[in-house]
Design a protein around this ligand. Structure first.
Ligand code: SF4
Length: 372
């Protein structure tokens, strides 16, 4: 069972919702002038998400635990009322980051309890199963197997293969490839840090649930003010970075994989690392400047200006001696980012997305010449 501090840190859990319900406060109560402090906290919760601020340790005074807890449903209502898909992504990402930040400070039992509620229950590990089996058939095998038990003794948490796959679908990087996992009989063994990362993804999804519902907005002046100020802030972030032009790149010539990755970026989705790398190298090769490429990533929920700028500059050679080549189709396929290949992709000589772009350019100029 979680204490009240913990409950306020994971406000998307059932226990937190029940606690809020137990306070017998309606949304109107929380939006009333007596509860300005809850509204302020809710607003800053959302603004921190829009600004991509880092999660900070709590510095709460007496009574602020309840304020924090209550600010969550109010923040959700405001986000849903603003009805902006980027804001929803930024908010859920930020709440997921917050959960991860605090989970790293919890004991293992608490982490597992929260993991269980979010659909990542721990399973009996292979060593436990063997021990049970061995106890039945070879009673003396128990002691040696005990030394290699799974679970809290060794720090490995065994989760089902399906739960692993579902939770890691938006996480990229070689550490998450199946070939690099401990796979035993339908189970995947993960260490504490990875388990928390998977829980973070589940928490993010939980937060996002129902936020696109466009609820009817009550006639509350304070609420309307907050919605207006947030709309301006969201627009401000988009305008600050929005690409005004896509340089020398011609959209109609883009291969399907690059269109998909660009579309993900425009929809405010996090782009897997290797897809991001592929897009940056590709756009660099077709003549876009680092600044133009940088702007494409500014709506991503995990956007941090200095990090993205550094990554783009590094890949394009702006801040390093090396500029990287755009990956081949084979590399894109093995990385799982060869999206929606079309007829041209099916040609056996089509070996890179760049070549696709060149061929499309030739086809265009040939048809233009024929037309003139
Ligand atoms: S085959 Fe190559 S160009 Fe076509 S979608 Fe896949 S990676 Fe992109």
């Amino acid at each position: 069972m979680l204490d009240k501090n913990q409950i306020s840190r994971y406000p998307f859990l059932k226990e937190a919702k029940e606690r809020v319900r137990g306070m017998n406060l309606t949304l109107d109560d929380m939006l009333s002038p007596e509860n300005t402090i809850i509204q302020e906290r809710a607003l800053s919760r959302i603004e921190e998400a829009v600004d991509g601020k880092d999660i900070q340790p709590e510095t709460r005074g007496v009574g602020e635990v309840e304020t924090d807890l209550l600010s969550y449903p109010v923040a959700r209502f405001i986000v849903a009322s603003v009805g902006d898909k980027h804001l929803i992504k930024w908010f859920s990402h930020h709440e997921g980051e917050r959960a991860k930040f605090f989970l790293h400070r919890e004991d293992m039992d608490t982490v597992k309890d929260i993991g269980r509620e979010l659909g990542l229950p721990e399973n009996e590990g292979p060593a436990d199963m063997k021990a049970k089996e061995g106890k039945k058939r070879f009673p003396d095998v128990k002691r040696s197997l005990h030394r290699e038990r799974s679970g809290s003794e060794t720090g490995t948490i065994w989760i089902s293969f399906t739960d692993f796959l579902v939770s890691r679908k938006n996480i990229s990087g070689p550490d998450w490839n199946l070939v690099n996992q401990k796979l035993v009989g339908g189970l995947v063994g993960v260490e504490r840090k990875s388990y928390i990362r998977l829980i973070q993804e589940r928490a993010k999804e939980k937060v996002e649930e129902g936020l696109d519902g466009h609820p009817p907005i009550p006639n509350n002046i304070r609420l309307k003010e907050m919605i207006t100020s947030l709309k301006l802030k969201v627009e401000g972030r988009r305008k600050k970075y929005s690409p005004t032009e896509l340089g020398k790149m011609t959209i109609t010539r883009l291969p399907p994989c690059m269109r998909q990755i660009l579309g993900m970026s425009q929809a405010g989705e996090n782009i897997p690392h290797h897809a991001r790398f592929a897009l940056v190298t590709f756009l660099n090769a077709v003549g876009m400047s680092s600044e133009e490429i940088f702007k494409i990533f500014t709506t991503a929920p995990d956007f941090k200006e200095d990090i993205v700028r550094y990554q783009v500059e590094h890949i394009t050679g702006g801040s390093s001696a090396t500029s990287y080549h755009a990956p081949s189709c084979d590399t894109m396929k093995s990385g799982g980012v060869c999206f929606n290949p079309d007829g041209l992709c099916g040609k056996e000589w089509l070996n890179t997305p760049l070549y696709y772009y060149k061929i499309k350019g030739k086809k265009r100029s040939t048809s233009q010449e024929n037309a003139s």
